[in-house]
Design a protein around this ligand. Sequence first.
Ligand SMILES: CC(C)(COP(=O)(O)OP(=O)(O)OC[C@H]1O[C@@H](n2cnc3c(N)ncnc32)[C@H](O)[C@@H]1OP(=O)(O)O)[C@@H](O)C(=O)NCCC(=O)NCCS
Length: 158
Amino acid sequence: MDKPIIRAAVEADAEGIAGVLKALVAAGKRHKPSDALFALSHYISDPERIRCSIALAPDGEVLGFQSLKLATENNPYEVAVGWGIIGTHIKPTAARHGVARALFESTLAAAQQKGLPAIDATIGANNPEGLGYYEAMGFREYRRMEGAVCKVFRVSED
Ligand SMILES: CC(C)(COP(=O)(O)OP(=O)(O)OC[C@H]1O[C@@H](n2cnc3c(N)ncnc32)[C@H](O)[C@@H]1OP(=O)(O)O)[C@@H](O)C(=O)NCCC(=O)NCCS
């Protein structure tokens, strides 16, 4: 597989992002909404968005995306205010080809530009691919919640 093209998502990418989410639902790896309106409100245009990066194949197919948001008061994951919150979604047909690794370069650059001290990844405890991926990117476990493992990536030493 060629190296994916990485760029910031725009509103016109909502259907492409929904396609990634639908493919994960079909594979039994996702149980949350997967429509274009959700993609738009939750990732592309979310007010807490720092950067939503997408990975494209040469033919324009959206292979996956990575969301970086700012943790504010009352965020659903109870992440420390001011940290980043990351989420990664790759089409099962594109998995294990370095797509998520390439996306993290873009996300990390955004986190550094924003001056974030740290990024939280909250991963299902029964999701070995998610746990393995974030560990490989340098995230380390710092707490557990019910059914989930929280890993942190320290962007800067505070
Ligand atoms: C987890 C996920 C994001 C990984 O994306 P990916 O593009 O396949 O990952 P990459 O190919 O860039 O892998 C980078 C590294 O992560 C680790 N990794 C990736 N998939 C893995 C797996 N299934 N098992 C163990 N480690 C894995 C490896 O160290 C890998 O490096 P290597 O291939 O050189 O060994 C993807 O499988 C996915 O979207 N899963 C469903 C949604 C999800 O679980 N999201 C994360 C939790 S919220």
